[in-house]
Ligand binder design. Structure first.
Ligand SMILES: [Zn+2]
Length: 101
């Protein structure tokens, strides 16, 4: 099975740093949006075995590359956080409730 190692690495980074990204919403939909957006901007690193993620990860440790990944993550977090897609549905439900009052 071929997998994109960056997918796992970015997911781990997001889990680790989501509390520092000042997100307006941290629901799963928004976190997935951030992850998808970030991965679209990140060069994929395909591997044929899950165990190889450790090697790819090791390449990013103590390197400027980790910083640039975090910068990308923060940029995408801001885009999603400024306009959370999940909330547009919620607002509609709220306004329906309001009309009952
Ligand atoms: Zn959300």
């Amino acid at each position: 099975m071929v997998i994109n190692a960056m997918e796992r690495i970015m997911k781990d980074l997001l889990d680790e740093y989501k509390n520092h990204l000042q997100l307006n919403c941290t629901c799963n939909d928004c976190l997935d949006d951030i992850l998808a957006l970030t991965l679209n901007k990140t060069k994929p690193r395909y591997i044929a075995k899950v165990e190889k993620i450790t090697y790819v990860k090791a390449e990013f440790i103590d390197k400027q590359e980790l910083t640039s990944l975090l910068v990308k993550l923060a940029e995408c977090a801001k885009i999603v956080s400024d306009k959370p897609q999940c909330q547009s549905d919620k607002k509609e439900v709220d306004s329906n409730h309001m009309s009952y009052l």
